[in-house]
Write a protein that binds this ligand. Structure first.
Ligand code: ADP
Ligand code: ZN
Length: 570
């Protein structure tokens, strides 16, 4: 391009220079030049002036004699007679220059468009990581439940025919949800890696704020590419940016977003059954997603990807230490213990920063000191409300609170199952959670409902018992909501309370017959009574409460076996 423009500009320069130098000579002087044999060309036309070129290259105009035999005379003097006007050149030259300029402009612009298109494509960034080193489940530490669930999909992609033969329908879409940096992208890549198929990745946020229709066409483009590859994994990160709950009425113009979402839904229902294409989407917030996305045939398998507990953190640290020289003074188990609420990404970052410090200080290995330094660097980079700052006391309170729920669940009815207790926050609970599975039965007895209230109150009861009446916390708010709900329905709609008898409060209310005070009074009585009962229950099993809490503080997450072991053998 540079050469072309230099040539063009210099020829423009030469052309105009030449024209400027053309002077007019008298006819007699011209005849003199002619006779002395220095005239090279004459442009012979009907115009009043003739253009003459001398042997030395000089050009000039002279009067056209328009005489008979003029041409012959010129020829006799060995002059090259050109019977067309130089003005043709005068016209042609600028036309050529002009045309080439136009051409260049068009060319540049086209390239600019191409560049823009390229950028757009980059923006939508359909990343095909075929060329990357294959990632497998071994590259993901922890997240065992998620991995287990995804392994089935790998089987499906590898061997869709088997599933077809048995008439089994597998999900087309899998939604991975959980806090940022917990390995959702990594898991999706691992599915593609394990199944040995191409991986197409896009980010949902690239689809917003694009020109009308472009988001939808990008979606179609993405699926087209995936289908061309036959079997593949499509990964849509931050799906919430295209799949947010649609506001009814659709007045506020996110129509473009809707169009994109509709295109996605259409593409997903458009695959042939058992084609071997799996769409994996990720979000930090499942609660904001449009329900349409979660329906059967869409993202109907939802897998929670949690923050790692201490064991998982240890595994993740080990994984990222694999390719690094680590000094003997480093105890990764200890590092795992000190990194509560760290995500996998943060742990990876920690190890990487530690390596950087080691390199900077010309050390042979990564030492404890480097890790400590890195730890503070990783923490400082955090937002203020980062949970990493949570103090030990909070952790302790959470442990007793969750242990309370779990223990009460087992004590009120030994057939109740407690499958998992954790003090790591997740969508199941802001502080931690205790997963209780009550025995499966169609009807609930009055006693069952009482038990459920006691399980709900178990958290608060444990707090009071251990830390004193003054130190109870706000952590029980949703528990109290649940307990009140059960107590109210027990009195008001299930006819299980002696005082209220068989009345249905809703019917009374609908007739405007109100008796709120008594109802509140009675609900409170029941809750108070059951709360006392719960405290007593925990008091008699205080040692078990202690053991569960301590184990929670060490392991952060304990499972059914741990719970049963503690309860049976202490
Ligand atoms: P997400 O998609 O959930 O935001 P990523 O998968 O992008 O998280 O994780 C970012 C990086 O953090 C990964 O590339 C990996 O290095 C590290 N990481 C996160 N979770 C894990 C894990 N469970 N095991 C190993 N590395 C992890
Ligand atoms: Zn609770």
């Amino acid at each position: 391009m540079l050469i072309v423009s230099i040539v063009v500009t210099s020829s423009i320069f030469v052309y105009f220079n030449n024209n400027r130098e053309v002077e007019e000579l008298s006819y007699t002087l011209f005849l003199k030049h002619l006779k002395s044999g220095i005239v090279k060309d004459v442009y012979l036309t009907d115009s009043p002036k003739l253009k003459v070129v001398l042997e030395n290259g000089n050009e000039f105009f002279t009067d056209n004699p328009r005489a008979q035999g003029f041409k012959e005379e010129l020829l006799l003097y060995n002059v090259n007679v050109i019977e067309r006007s130089q003005t043709v050149d005068d016209v042609v030259m600028p036309v050529i220059i002009f045309a080439s300029l136009i051409f260049m402009l068009v060319y540049f612009r086209k390239n600019m468009f191409k560049q823009a298109e390229k950028e757009m494509a980059n923006m939508s960034n359909i990343e095909n990581s075929n060329l990357e080193i294959k990632i497998g489940f071994n590259d993901v530490a922890g997240n065992d439940e998620a991995k287990e669930s995804l392994k089935e999909l790998v089987e499906f992609i590898r061997n869709p025919d088997i599933f077809k033969k048995f008439g089994a329908r597998l999900p087309r879409g899998v939604l991975l949800y959980g806090p940022p940096g917990t390995g959702k992208t990594l898991l999706a890549k691992a599915v593609a890696g394990e199944a040995d198929v191409p991986f197409f990745a896009v980010n949902g946020s690239d689809f917003v704020q694009v020109y009308a229709g472009l988001g939808a066409s990008r979606i179609r483009d993405l699926f087209k590419k995936a289908k061309e590859a036959e079997k593949s994994v499509i990964f849509i990160d931050e799906i919430d940016s295209i799949g947010k709950k649609r506001k009814g009425g659709n007045i506020v113009g996110s129509e473009e977003g809707d169009r994109t979402l509709n295109a996605l839904l259409a593409e997903m229902s458009g695959f042939k059954e058992n084609e071997g294409i799996i769409v994996v989407a990720a979000t930090n917030r499942i609660d904001v997603l449009d329900e349409a996305l979660l329906r059967p045939g869409r993202f109907d398998r939802q897998i929670e990807v949690e923050l790692p507990d201490v064991n998982a953190r240890h595994k993740i640290l080990n994984l990222h230490a694999r390719n690094k020289p680590i000094s003997n003074d480093v105890d990764l188990r200890k590092v795992a213990e000190e990194t509560v609420y760290f995500s996998g990404a943060k742990l990876e970052n920690l190890m990487n920063e530690a390596a950087m410090y080691a390199i900077k200080s010309n050390a042979q290995e990564i030492t404890k000191e480097h890790i400590d330094k890195a730890y503070y660097k990783v923490l400082v980079g955090d937002e203020k409300q980062d949970r990493s700052y949570i103090n030990k006391k909070d952790k302790e309170i959470t442990a007793y609170h969750e242990a309370g729920h779990a223990l009460v669940a087992k004590l009120v009815d030994s057939t109740n199952r407690v499958t998992k207790v954790s003090i790591i926050p997740s969508t199941k609970g802001v502080g931690g959670f205790s997963l209780n599975i009550p025995t499966d039965k169609i009807y609930k007895t009055k006693r069952d409902l009482y038990d459920n209230i006691m399980i709900a109150l178990g958290g608060r009861a444990a707090e009071e018992l251990v830390f004193g009446k003054e130190n109870i916390t706000s952590g029980a708010s949703s528990d109290l909501e649940k307990a009140t709900e059960i107590a109210l329905s027990l009195i008001g709609s299930l006819g299980m309370d002696e005082t209220f008898g068989l009345l249905n409060i809703n019917v009374l209310m609908s007739r405007d017959i109100k008796d709120d005070n008594n109802l509140i009074e009675r609900t409170k009585e029941i809750l108070d009574e059951l709360y006392k009962e719960t405290i007593e229950l925990l008091k008699t099993s205080r040692d078990k409460l202690e053991k569960i809490s301590q184990e929670l503080l060490i392991k952060e997450t304990i499972d059914e076996n741990d719970i049963n072991r503690i309860i049976d053998f202490s």
